[in-house]
Design a binder for this molecule. Structure first.
Ligand SMILES: [Zn+2]
Length: 190
């Protein structure tokens, strides 16, 4: 059976959204972020970060800066709760570039699924902005929005669940597993 995945927005979902972070010193984990990811990792969800990084196209940071920020995020997650990110996918483009990867388009998620063959049915997209939720829906995933951050007032596509933080998200995701597992067993038996 293919591995299920959590497709995670980065800024505003795992770490504080400071706007075009280019320096590892700007990485600050959000409350309960590492703890929630730990719970899901222990239930064998792959943790995949899918992030719009238009600051690269804007000249605010380089791809190498973005990778250093990602490395620091990984270091803090590991140190805090022994959490390991399985893959990072980022879109360096602007809206006007017309790429297929900038959220709300599902291109980053679709690329990850194509490369890692994740189980779409059991997977979930998590983000703090409507475009994260729209990307998840376009990829036919369940969706969770992290509320309470600076983008909480943005209107758009509603998520299946609004969570206080990633630990709250993890509880909702796990609570919904029962039905999916039974359906999976029924399919396997027939
Ligand atoms: Zn793109």
């Amino acid at each position: 059976m293919n591995e299920r995945a959590l497709f995670l927005d980065r800024d505003g979902t795992i770490m504080a959204d400071v706007g075009y972070p280019s320096d590892p010193r700007q990485v600050h984990l959000l409350p309960n972020a590492a703890e929630g990811l730990k719970v899901l990792q222990e239930r064998n969800y792959a943790l995949v970060v899918v992030s719009n990084q238009s600051g690269i196209a804007r000249g605010r940071l380089t791809l190498e800066d973005a990778q250093r920020v990602n490395a620091e995020l990984e270091r803090q997650l590991r140190q805090r709760a022994d959490v390991r990110i399985d893959a990072f996918y980022l879109c360096p483009h602007l809206d006007r570039d017309g790429c297929d990867c900038r959220k709300p388009k599902p291109g980053l998620i679709e690329r990850a699924i194509a490369e890692h063959h994740y189980d779409r049915t059991g997977s979930v997209a998590v983000g703090d902005r409507p475009r994260d939720i729209a990307a998840g829906r376009a990829a036919e995933l369940r969706t969770v929005r992290i509320v309470g951050g600076p983008h909480a007032d943005e209107r758009g596509v509603a998520a299946d669940y609004d969570a206080e933080d990633l630990l709250d998200a993890a509880r909702w995701i796990i609570a919904g597993e029962g039905n999916g597992a039974q359906q999976g067993d029924a399919r396997a038996a027939s």
